[in-house]
Ligand binder design. Structure first.
Ligand code: SAH
Length: 250
C-alpha cells in the first residue's frame, strides 16, 4: 500500500477526519441563522465520511452536495446516509475542491469543516464565492492562532505544515476583502480535538499497524500523527480551529 492508501485506511472508519463536533456544527448553523424549514441547497466541501453532511441533512430541509476527492470516504458516507434514512437529501460528488463542477450562484450555503487548508483559506473563499447566491452564507473552519505570541518551535511546525496559519483577525480580513460580511466567529473547544478526533484515531493505531504488517510506512504515519497529537496537547492554548461564518455581499 502506498502512503495515500494507508492514510485512507487509517481514517476511513472514523466518524470525522478532523477536529469538530455535532454540537459545534449546530452552533454554527444557529449563528448563520439558517432557516431549518427552507428547501436550501448546500455544498459540504471536503466532507470526508460525512460527519457534518449527516448532521445538516438531519437538521435541515435541505439538499446537500457532499464533495470529497476520495471515493472511499464518499462510499462510507453513502452507507451511513442509507442507514440513517437520509440518502434522498444527499448527493456525493467525487472531485477536487479546486475544480468544482458547480454553476454560478447555485448554492445557499457553502459548508466546509477542516478542509479548506488543502487549497488555502484565501484561495478557497475567493474561488468558491461564485457558487454562492448573493446573501448566501459560507461556514468554514480553519486552523487559527489563538495568541499573538507563540514558541518558535510551534510556529515552525505549523508554518511548515500550513503556511497560511494565522490569527482570526487576518482570516476575517480576508473575508472582508473578498466580498463577504463576517457574521460570527468561534473557536472549537478542546473536546472537538481530543474526544472527537485524536482519541478515536489513537484507539485505532494498533489495529492499523497490524492490518498493515507493521510496515515502515504505516509506522511513519502513526509516528507523524503521534507527534501532531503531542504538540496539540502541549500547545492547545495557542491554536485551534476557528469557525468563520460570513455572508456573501454581491
Ligand atoms: N469535513 C470532514 C473531513 C475533514 S479532513 C470532517 O470534518 O470530518 C479533510 C478532507 O478533505 C478529507 O476527507 C480529504 O479527503 C479531503 N480533501 C483533501 N484535499 C482535497 C481536495 N483537493 N479536494 C477535495 N477534497 C479534498
Amino acid at each position: 500500500m502506498d502512503d495515500f492508501q494507508l492514510l485512507i485506511d487509517l481514517h476511513k472508519n472514523a466518524n470525522r477526519q478532523g477536529p469538530g463536533g455535532d454540537a459545534e456544527s449546530e452552533k454554527a448553523l444557529n449563528l448563520a441563522m439558517i432557516d431549518r424549514t427552507a428547501p436550501l441547497k448546500i455544498a459540504d466541501i471536503g466532507c470526508g465520511t460525512g460527519a457534518s453532511t449527516l448532521l445538516l441533512a438531519r437538521l435541515l430541509d435541505a439538499r446537500i452536495t457532499a464533495v470529497d476527492f476520495l471515493q472511499d470516504f464518499l462510499d462510507v458516507l453513502e452507507g451511513r446516509a442509507e442507514r440513517m434514512g437520509l440518502s434522498d437529501k444527499i448527493t456525493t460528488v467525487c472531485c477536487s475542491m479546486d475544480n468544482l463542477p458547480f454553476g454560478d450562484e447555485e448554492y445557499d450555503v457553502i459548508w466546509s469543516e477542516g478542509s479548506i487548508y488543502n487549497i488555502g483559506f484565501e484561495k478557497g473563499v475567493k474561488d468558491w464565492k461564485r457558487f454562492l447566491k448573493t446573501g448566501g452564507m459560507i461556514v468554514v473552519s480553519e486552523i487559527t492562532w489563538l495568541t499573538a505570541d507563540r514558541p518558535s518551535g510551534l510556529q515552525e511546525y505549523w508554518k511548515n505544515e500550513y503556511p497560511e496559519i494565522d490569527m482570526a483577525s487576518s482570516k476575517i480580513d480576508i473575508l472582508e476583502n473578498n466580498g463577504y460580511s463576517p457574521v460570527a466567529y468561534f473557536v472549537l473547544p478542546e473536546h472537538c480535538w481530543l474526544d472527537n478526533y485524536y482519541r478515536p484515531m489513537q484507539d485505532g493505531f494498533e489495529a492499523f499497524l497490524k492490518r498493515n504488517g507493521n510496515s515502515e510506512k504505516a509506522q511513519a504515519i502513526v509516528n507523524a500523527e503521534k507527534k501532531e497529537i503531542a504538540l496539540y496537547e502541549k500547545y492547545k492554548a495557542q491554536y485551534s480551529y476557528g469557525v468563520y461564518i460570513a455572508r456573501k455581499l454581491v
